[in-house]
Ligand binder design. Structure first.
Ligand SMILES: NC(=O)C1=CN([C@@H]2O[C@H](COP(=O)(O)OP(=O)(O)OC[C@H]3O[C@@H](n4cnc5c(N)ncnc54)[C@H](OP(=O)(O)O)[C@@H]3O)[C@@H](O)[C@H]2O)C=CC1
Ligand SMILES: N[C@@H](CC=O)C(=O)O
Length: 240
């Protein structure tokens, strides 16, 4: 938090642009619209959504009869996961994104203030890849041993006619943020995500009772590069 505040203050004092749209939702416009609402005087109540392309892909694609480790491998091969897929499965990636959004709204929170339950099997949490093997590939191989354990999660949700979704939330009133693997009815907006979609719902003084919703691909090389490039162009245009 002190480092974040220092950067923000330096940017304000010097009048420089500090942009980081791709840190949440890759190329999806999430940070920009949130900043625009706040700048214009709106008051945000909650921000809630699916902020992991990897976990979105996994829970959108994983069906009974399909191995969990196979779906994780697909997400890795498609370029959605972090260099260490445990950052995705453990929820750290969503914890980071939720912390970014919470700070944007003015909450003074640290990563550790955001509770999260990891999907990484305990024995793999401090595991290290053997010498000469790429961490991501080796991790997915290790994960195969836990496929049956993971199946139980999916079966329970299917029995209740629900879907699994990994959701991050910020609640301004309580000053708290959280990250949870939840079960949602099939007609809930979070159940409508496909492929590696992210979805972000902002409820505010102006956007009530219907929230402002942004949905679309939230991970992958092309859309992430688009988010970064758009910020670079914005800075360059401001320099003219
Ligand atoms: N993928 C996505 O959808 C998104 C990614 N991001 C962010 O972008 C960043 C990169 O992610 P992504 O491109 O997916 O990851 P990748 O694993 O695909 O790429 C990481 C690259 O960094 C290189 N690298 C790692 N460590 C070092 C090092 N110490 N010195 C030099 N090069 C190094 C790796 O080289 P090598 O292969 O040789 O190990 C690899 O080429 C992350 O911070 C991620 O959070 C943000 C939004 C979306
Ligand atoms: N690993 C991340 C990539 C983007 O931040 C994700 O799966 O969303």
């Amino acid at each position: 938090m002190p480092r974040y505040e220092k950067i923000m203050e330096a940017s304000r004092q010097k009048g420089t642009r500090f942009l980081y749209e791709a840190t949440v939702g890759a190329g999806l416009p999430v940070v920009g619209p949130l900043q625009a609402l706040l700048r214009a005087g709106d008051e945000v109540d909650t921000v809630e959504g699916i902020f992991s392309g990897t976990l979105s892909y996994i829970f959108n694609t994983w069906k009974p009869g399909v191995k969990f480790s196979e779906v994780v491998k697909e997400a890795k091969d498609k370029g959605f996961t972090e260099p260490d897929p445990r950052d995705d499965l453990g929820g750290t990636d969503v914890q980071r994104k939720v912390t970014i959004l919470a700070r944007e709204i003015g909450l003074k929170i640290e990563l550790d203030d955001v509770p999260v339950k990891s999907l990484v099997p305990e024995k793999l949490q401090n595991w290290e890849a053997p010498d000469g093997k790429k961490l991501g590939d080796a991790f997915v191989e290790e994960l195969e041993a836990y496929d049956d354990e993971m199946d139980a999660l999916l079966e329970e949700a299917e029995k209740a006619n629900e879907v699994l979704r990994f959701v991050g939330s910020v609640d301004v009133k309580s000053g708290k943020a959280s990250v949870k693997l939840g079960r949602y009815p099939k007609d809930h907006p979070f159940a409508s995500t496909q492929f590696a979609d992210n979805i972000c719902a902002i409820s505010s003084k102006w956007y009530t009772p219907r929230p402002l919703v942004v949905q679309g691909p939230g991970a992958g090389a092309a859309v992430t590069a688009a988010g970064v490039f758009s910020n670079i162009m914005e800075v360059m245009n401001g320099m003219r």
